[in-house]
Structure formats: structure tokens, C-alpha cells
Design a protein around this ligand. Structure first.
Ligand code: C5P
Length: 300
């Protein structure tokens, strides 16, 4: 596992839950149960939620903080929260001797239901953190199996590094190392329903991408991505027309190499030559649009 895991001086355990971004996303088919088959190159940004855990004798409970946690309210911190579901699933692995209660605090810095995996990243962070904290040491395969049951995007978030994702999210395969580049993320503040976006997709299914042996520099990566699409971008623009404006505004920034939507939206990203050029573009976008959530920086 490559995630940051640390302990602060007061015994709080800390785990990062980075944003997941689909650099391309092809809908390649549909299963009999209605779920769609995907082919996607997934990367992780230095933006993310943060999960903290203070073990204690009281039953395990969750508090939400941060810009998006406070707006969700207390009801979102109940047993249906994916973090609590991840904890419950993990507690069943092994003989349970190390399992403890205490307080989980989830700092929600990422917009919810926005195509960058917030809830999935949080569940994956909970699996990684509690696996260590409770001394379960379940191993990667067991964590991936638990993750798959929690949601289609959770397995990829358990790994937390650039990877190709197929099936409905459970088929993961390595990709060449990505070149250094910067990323801007923009969310217009409108939640978009994933089932609705899938339902509105029209036309033939896309082909699997042919991934090259390497991307020697950012130009090579951009040339590859220009041949790919996000099959859900058009239906998401139907549901939430402001996505088109977000894409155009990102593309209009100096140095922007490519702009696309992530997942089923509504968050869009731009790729930039460096993390610094992405930060500068993010500042300009944030100044121009008070109501938008904007982030700029590097990839993990
Ligand atoms: O994975 P998640 O719970 O976000 O999916 C919500 C809904 O989106 C599913 O119930 C399904 O309607 C649709 N979906 C899909 N194919 C996928 C992922 C999601 O059709 N691969």
C-alpha cells in the first residue's frame, strides 16, 4: 500500500483519502444486472479527504468535519456511511481480537457525489487505516474483496495509485508511469445523479483503449488522451448544462493542455505542464467563480 499513514503525538491515526480522477472513461458494455462495463485510466490527486481515528472504549462512531462534512449534517455519519460500512466489514475478518471502538473523524474536503470518488476514497482509507490500527493485516487481496462489496470505485481507491480499471471497477491492471504534470479540479456545486447519467448515455459502446508502452513526457500523455473520451460527458452535460461551461473555462486557461470531466461528473479537470501552473490557473478560476469549488496542484 502506498498511502500516507501516520500517527500524531496524541495517538490519533491519520490516513489520506485522495481524489480519484478518470483521465478517460469508456463505457464498453452493459451487464445483465444493468451495471455498465468500463475501461478507465484512473489517477489520484494531491487533493483529498482526511480520515482520523482515536481508538477508545466507546462504540465506534463517526464525525464529519470540513467544508463538505458540515453541510452534510449528522444523519450522514450513521451506519450507512461507507466509512462505517467499511469498518463493519473489516471487523468480520480474522478472530476480531484487535477490533476496538473509538472515534473516526472524516474531514470532507472534496465535494460529494461529484465524480472524484469522495465516498469511495473515504471507505478505502477506512479499510487501510483500521486494518493497521486493529492489527488485522488482512492483506491486499482481502482488502480488495471487501472493497468490491462496498462499491465499484472502492477497489481502485484501496490501491491509490495510477491504474487501469475495467469490469465495473474490479479488474485492475498496471499502467506505465505517468509523466509529471499538474491538475486543476473544478466542481460547479451541483450534485449529479450517477444512475441518471448512465441512463441518458446513448449510442454505441466505446472500444477499450490501446495503452502504449510508455508516456515519455506530458505531450505524449496528452496525445494519447486526445484520442480517448469520457462516454458520460455528454449525458452529464444534459443533466447539468453548466458542466460545458466549466470545461470551456478550464480549457481557456493559459497553459491548459486538456480538459475533461471525471467519472459521471460533475467535477471536471484540466491537465497542466506543472503543479505550479495548475495552482495559478486554479487561483484565477476561483477568483472568477465564487460559488465553484476549485483546486490546483500535483498528482500523487
Ligand atoms: O457505484 P455507484 O453506487 O456510484 O453506482 C450508482 C449507480 O450508477 C448504479 O446503481 C448503476 O445504476 C450506475 N452504474 C452503472 N455502471 C457502473 C457504475 C454505476 O450502471 N459501472
Amino acid at each position: 500500500m502506498t498511502q500516507a499513514f501516520s500517527t500524531t503525538s496524541d495517538n490519533t491515526l491519520v490516513e489520506a483519502a485522495p481524489a480519484k480522477i478518470n483521465l478517460y472513461l469508456h463505457v464498453t458494455g452493459r451487464r445483465e444486472d444493468g451495471y455498465h462495463l468500463l475501461d478507465s485510466l484512473v489517477v489520484f490527486a494531491q487533493a483529498g479527504d482526511v480520515l482520523r481515528y482515536v481508538p477508545g472504549p466507546e462504540p465506534l462512531h463517526l464525525k464529519l468535519t470540513g467544508r463538505f462534512g458540515e453541510t452534510l449534517g449528522e444523519s450522514a455519519a450513521g451506519p450507512d456511511n461507507l466509512v462505517m460500512k467499511a469498518a463493519a466489514a473489516l471487523a468480520t475478518v480474522g478472530d476480531g481480537t484487535g477490533v476496538q471502538g473509538g472515534c473516526l473523524v472524516l474531514e470532507k474536503n472534496l465535494p460529494v457525489a461529484s465524480g472524484i470518488g469522495g465516498g469511495s476514497a473515504d471507505a478505502a482509507a477506512a479499510l487501510r487505516l483500521l486494518d493497521r490500527a486493529w492489527g488485522i493485516n488482512a492483506g491486499q487481496q482481502t482488502l480488495l474483496t471487501l472493497a468490491e462489496r462496498l462499491g465499484a470505485d472502492v477497489p481502485v481507491c484501496v490501491l491509490g495509485h495510477a491504474i487501469r480499471m475495467e469490469g465495473i471497477g474490479e479488474v485492475l491492471s498496471p499502467v506505465p508511469a505517468l509523466p509529471e504534470c499538474g491538475m486543476v479540479l473544478v466542481n460547479c456545486g451541483q450534485a449529479v445523479s450517477t444512475p441518471e447519467v448512465f441512463r441518458r448515455r446513448q449510442g454505441a459502446f466505446a472500444n477499450r483503449a490501446t495503452i502504449p508502452a510508455g508516456w515519455p513526457d506530458v505531450q505524449a500523455l496528452i496525445a494519447f488522451l486526445q484520442e480517448q473520451t469520457n462516454s458520460l460527458e455528454d449525458p452529464a452535460c444534459d443533466v447539468c448544462p453548466v458542466v460545458s461551461k466549466v470545461l470551456a473555462d478550464i480549457a481557456g486557461q493559459d497553459d491548459c493542455l486538456l480538459s475533461r470531466m471525471s467519472g459521471s461528473g460533475a467535477t471536471c479537470f484540466g491537465l497542466f505542464p506543472t503543479a505550479e501552473s495548475a495552482r495559478q490557473a486554479a487561483e484565477r478560476l476561483a477568483d472568477a467563480h465564487d460559488a465553484w469549488w476549485v483546486w490546483g496542484g500535483g498528482l500523487k
